[in-house]
Design a protein around this ligand. Sequence first.
Ligand SMILES: Cc1cc2nc3c(=O)[nH]c(=O)nc-3n(C[C@H](O)[C@H](O)[C@H](O)COP(=O)(O)O)c2cc1C
Ligand code: SF4
Ligand code: SF4
Length: 252
Amino acid sequence: MTGIYFSGTGNTRHCIEKFIQEYSTATAVKPLVPIVAIEESASAAKALRDAQDVIILAYPIYYSNLPKIMRDFIVTNKDMWKGKKVYILCTMGLFSGDGAGVAARLLKKYGASVMGGLHLIMPDSICDVKVLKFSPERNRQILAKAGRKLEKAARRMAEGVPTREGLGFFSHLAGLLGQRLWFYHKTLHYSSQLKINAETCIHCGRCVSLCPMHNLSLDESTITAHGSCTMCYRCISQCPGKAITLIGKKVN
Ligand SMILES: Cc1cc2nc3c(=O)[nH]c(=O)nc-3n(C[C@H](O)[C@H](O)[C@H](O)COP(=O)(O)O)c2cc1C
Ligand code: SF4
Ligand code: SF4
């Protein structure tokens, strides 16, 4: 098994690591599993090329679609998917319809065989908008529920009957009509909408080193965003000055 993922704020990384750990418990084998983030593009491409067994491909859902960085990873490496067996794991704040289906259709086009899909509700990562923000206790419950679902899905994979969430016709319809039709343009290109508040920025450079897209630079005392933001919310959620926003106006 090989794990390849993108995670902006950590939910997806947590879930893919837990899935592989639970799978290893269920099969009573301790496999040497590479789990690679796609932002390490060379290592991720190598992991994809070398994968002999199932690939767990994991990503968060943005507007019922793939993050642009994940779509680009799949497309850039299109020649390497032929004959690969892929299980798709998606995390989301509430709903995606066919979150797993969007990658599945692309992967099938490139010759991969999609074994199944899994949708996991996790805390919402859009930290500059108040909607869907819960108490720590409620977030713990969400996490515990996702953990139980991961455990069950890993057991099913070990038994040879993987879950198939988000892959059917009705899921496709739900994803398309529920969101993608209206918001498709949001994930079509990288974003240039990131805003940095010069008054609250303390010039620590943290955002520059965190960004998976190398979208930010620090010049003397100015942070500049260069228009290749994949909207992952990593810099926004970790900025000590709460100086960065994207969709909303204030970091909660
Ligand atoms: C730009 C953006 C768009 C999102 N769109 C959706 C969505 O359409 N449906 C949903 O349920 N969650 C949505 N979310 C929430 C994330 O999918 C969810 O919090 C995910 O677990 C974040 O994973 P990560 O921590 O690995 O980045 C969105 C988050 C972002 C940043
Ligand atoms: S992380 Fe925040 S405070 Fe630090 S340089 Fe970036 S914007 Fe400024
Ligand atoms: S600029 Fe921030 S939100 Fe955009 S891709 Fe980089 S870390 Fe993510």
